[in-house]
Design a protein around this ligand. Structure first.
Ligand code: MG
Ligand code: MG
Length: 277
């Protein structure tokens, strides 16, 4: 059953989403060459607990960490390790928490230091596909419209859309119905209604869509070793514009505009639902 949230429940989801965004924003600022993936995980956990929230992933199906850190050819579910970030890496951070019984879930991919043009383009197109999908998340549309929006953004670039992993409903559980596929053939005709809350999360590979799982049983990588990018927002369907509950957008834009600058304005987050330019 796909749940429709009440205004009170949506208010709770808004709180959880804002906390998720605050953690991701601090992680983005902290992620510099020399920082290890475990240090990022540690910071995510400390911030989560400081908010009085609990990590959503730790203990989930046996996952031992608070944060997923997926570097370069890693697609999703990267297990934090002692690996240090180096100049030119792209890193996907996927983070979720539960606060007062409600979950938020979001992911962002960004460059560490100076990254290649091909990496920048993959990240930009993947991010564009997320916002195209969010824009399609309106009453009367279906899950196929969301998937089609992603596919239409990705296809002209020849990238591969990962099929094995999909977005999901979210609320009092991390994963609720429905599944939110990122390609049209995998998506259902379920109609969207105000009050539905979804985590939309395109995972895009620069080469083949095919993926494999490493021996740690978690880390998913591209089959061909090509780069991969992943963006995710928890959103609410409303009568009007979709509402982004986990908006970290503005800070990421700051960072992208000033990749060579160490100075990143603080306090720019919280612009809920703002459209990416
Ligand atoms: Mg996630
Ligand atoms: Mg998710």
């Amino acid at each position: 059953m796909v749940q429709v949230k009440s205004p009170r429940e949506l208010a709770q989801m808004r709180k959880s989403g804002e906390l998720v965004a605050r953690v991701l924003i601090d992680l983005i600022k902290f992620a510099k060459p020399g920082v290890t993936l475990l240090e990022l995980n540690q910071l995510a956990e400390e911030l989560t607990l400081s908010f009085g929230a609990k990590p959503a992933f730790k203990g989930y199906l046996g996952f031992a960490h608070t944060l997923c850190t997926s570097v370069n050819d890693q697609v999703v579910h990267g297990v934090p390790s002692k690996r240090k970030l180096v100049d030119g890496d792209i890193i996907g951070l996927d983070f979720g928490l539960v606060f007062e019984g409600f979950y938020g879930d979001s992911a962002v991919t960004f460059g560490v230091g100076t990254v290649s043009e091909r990496a920048k383009k993959l990240m930009q197109v993947t991010k564009d596909s997320l916002y195209a999908a969010i824009d399609a998340a309106r009453p009367g549309n279906t899950l196929k419209d969301i998937a089609r929006a992603i596919e239409q953004t990705i296809k002209p670039h020849g990238y591969g859309i990962v099929r094995e992993f999909v977005g999901h409903g979210i609320g009092t559980k991390l994963h609720e119905e429905p599944q939110v596929a990122n390609y049209e053939a995998g998506a259902s005709n379920l109609q969207l209604r105000p009050g539905m809350t979804l985590a939309i999360e395109p995972m895009i590979n620069e080469g083949t869509h095919r993926v494999k799982v490493l021996a740690d049983k978690w880390t998913v990588t591209t089959e061909d070793g090509g780069l991969s990018a992943h963006y995710e927002h928890t959103i609410a369907i409303t009568e009007n514009e979709p509402e982004i509950l986990t908006a970290w957008n503005s800070v990421l834009h700051e960072i992208e505009k000033s990749l060579d600058s160490e100075t990143i304005k603080r306090g720019a987050y919280g612009q809920r639902g703002s459209n990416p330019s």
